[in-house]
Design a protein. Sequence first.
Length: 129
Amino acid sequence: MVVSELPYVAYETTTLLQQRRVSALRSGASEGHRTGVTHFGLWDEFLVITPLQLVVALSMSLGVEEGRIRVKPSGDSFFEVDINGEADWLVEAINGPNFLPALNGQAGVFGAKLVVSHSAALAANSTDG
């Protein structure tokens, strides 16, 4: 029974992250939130995911367009990830408790299990508004 509930839990968590993004975009349009490049690292415990598959999993779990996501392999199934043009909400979401369940719900389709190798931070900050 637990196995049959995992896709639902992953979907529910993904939906929460996507709703958080929409809320941040609405409030940020009038408040001038910081935007830039969100940088973080991931590692695939099962050593199977490709950079393209990781882009798809990140896009699906966060609700961010695939074109904004850059994944660079850094050896031994480690990946450096940059997501362009998003705001502070993304750093908070990636460093929060809901990110890995949502991401692994999507990455599991490819047989992967991901862990964060270094926390998210916002680089090259600018002010929108």
